[in-house]
Design a protein around this ligand. Structure first.
Ligand code: FAD
Length: 459
């Protein structure tokens, strides 16, 4: 055996598994395999000047590498069971919160000290939302910010690098089960190799979702998949949402549409932030982030408005449905499309000159276009309804110049069948983080890593 524990993926799930194992069982030989680059080599080539849009790098520096999809995220660390995943269904609500709080403390002691913890407790905004048929979800939000998040990851890596055997640019192609070990076939820069270990923790995240399907099929691990969230990223002057963002930083607000009864929610709010491209399996969608450093802040706030789409039998490919919609926007716009809200409402395609004349400067160079040619009517109707509702609690949201970038898709990994230890039907094979389909956030993914590490350390 090459290792005691094989960890696939160096995102928050993989990192916190390794961190906790090193702490509890320093004698274990732990190997981490990550298809992306080490942290310091992660650089998205889009600079807005020479490279304006996604050029499809072999591994996407936004999604892959040490730190996972979370490395250049806004570092909004949400301590809650109300969103971000359903880890609590497996390990219990109290334990889930305890683990999220534990990871928060580790982040603080590795460079995050001094960052602000926001809370929805006792806020008047909740009442304002309720008075307008909107629902504010409860959470404590630690805002690390992209810059501090990077420092935390760097410090954790420096602490682990001599204790854990890290393999970067190492793509795991197959996972095989032998009698009492797991073997993995790894494509590395200088050749293909196989490694084996007693325990195997897979934390492949959203970018590994397609690969996870093969793993589950090879090892006959039952899965289910029926949800995708589709929507747009809204960008508006920061002042419009400042009364919410100053107090709560991020507010998760949910609305049930009058027309279809669909749930629309705000997601990933970035005060004074920037809209960015995201490349998932070659499909360019939109996302956003912001910085703690005032020097890097913009005059705009952005957030996603997402409509949850659940499918029932016989349709199973919810992610395929989301992908097809994203592909349409890529087909029409060569990437992400941007449209003024006023143009959408009056049925006009936005043009570059109309965008230039607007009283807001876009933070992402996207192709002006018409989102109504891309989004299904039901989803677009829901988004428009929600924008008018939000205008009631944050007047100015439904302004003609408000920018909508499309499409934003939250792909949900298929849910794998795991038990309360996050162990599959195969003993010692664990599937954690976003790759398991049960977490969708930094906090839940990190907590799942700690949970599995503690279990392994105990047995
Ligand atoms: C732009 C952006 C902003 C975000 N902002 C926030 C935020 O503010 N707050 C929040 O809570 N969440 C945020 N998220 C989501 C958050 O990043 C994820 O929920 C979290 O990173 C999940 O952690 P994970 O370890 O499960 O997976 P990931 O972070 O996706 O890590 C998985 C790793 O596995 C590697 N991998 C995959 N397949 C293989 C393979 N076959 N072989 C080897 N390696 C493999 C990948 O390269 C990747 O590095 C954001 C995501 C993005 C993209």
């Amino acid at each position: 055996m090459n290792a005691d524990v094989l960890i696939i993926g160096a995102g928050p799930g993989g990192i916190f598994s390794a961190y906790e194992l090193v702490k509890l069982k320093p004698d274990l030989k732990i190997s981490v395999f990550e298809m992306g680059h080490p942290l310091h080599k992660r650089k998205c080539p889009i600079d807005g000047e020479k490279v304006k849009s996604c050029i499809g790098c072999e591994t996407c520096s936004i999604m892959n590498g040490f730190g996972g999809a979370g490395a250049f995220s806004d570092g909004k660390y949400n301590i809650t069971n109300q969103f971000g995943g359903t880890l609590y269904e497996y390990i219990g609500k109290r334990k889930a919160i305890e683990l999220m709080e534990y990871v928060d403390q580790i982040n603080l002691s590795h460079g995050g000290e001094g960052t602000h913890l926001y809370s929805t407790a006792n806020t008047e905004i909740k009442k304002l939302c309720l008075q307008n048929d909107l629902h504010l979800l409860d959470a404590s939000v630690r805002h690390l910010g992209t810059d501090v998040n990077y420092i935390v990851l760097e410090n954790i890596f420096n602490e682990l690098k001599d204790k854990v055997d890290f393999h970067f640019n190492a793509t795991v192609e197959r996972v095989r089960k032998t009698d009492d070990t797991y073997e993995i076939d790894v494509k590395e820069k200088d050749g293909d190799r196989s490694y084996s270990g007693k325990y195997c923790i897979i934390s492949a995240g959203r970018s590994g979702s397609k690969w996870m399907e093969t793993v589950c099929s090879d090892l006959q691990i039952p899965t289910k998949s029926n949800r995708v969230d589709i929507g747009v990223r809204v960008e508006l002057p920061a002042a419009v949402f400042s009364h919410l963002t100053d107090e709560l930083y991020e507010s998760k607000i949910v609305y049930r549409t009058a027309k279809y009864g669909d749930l629309v929610r705000t997601f990933c709010m970035n005060p004074k932030g920037a809209v960015v491209n995201e490349n998932t399996n070659g499909i360019v969608t939109v996302n956003g982030h912001s910085y703690e450093d005032p020097e890097k802040q913009t005059e705009n706030t952005n957030f996603a408005l997402l409509v949850a789409k659940h499918f029932s039998e016989p349709f199973k490919d919810s992610n395929g449905y989301g992908e097809s919609i994203a592909r349409l926007s890529n087909m029409l716009g060569g990437g992400v499309i941007v449209q003024r809200f006023g143009d959408l409402i009056t049925g006009h395609r936005s043009t570059q000159s109309r965008i230039n004349e607007a009283f807001i400067t876009p933070t992402l160079n996207a192709t002006p276009g018409d989102l109504s040619l891309v989004m299904p009517k039901r989803i677009l109707d829901g988004i428009i309804e929600m924008i008018y509702k939000l205008d009631k609690i944050a007047p100015g949201t439904a302004n003609d110049d408000t920018l909508l970038y499309g499409v934003e898709v939250k792909f949900y990994n298929m849910e794998v069948e795991i038990d309360e230890n996050l162990e599959t039907l195969h003993k010692n094979l664990f599937i954690i983080g976003d790759g398991s389909g049960i977490t969708h956030s930094l906090s839940h993914a990190s907590a799942s890593g700690v949970h599995v590490a503690r279990y392994i350390a105990k047995v």
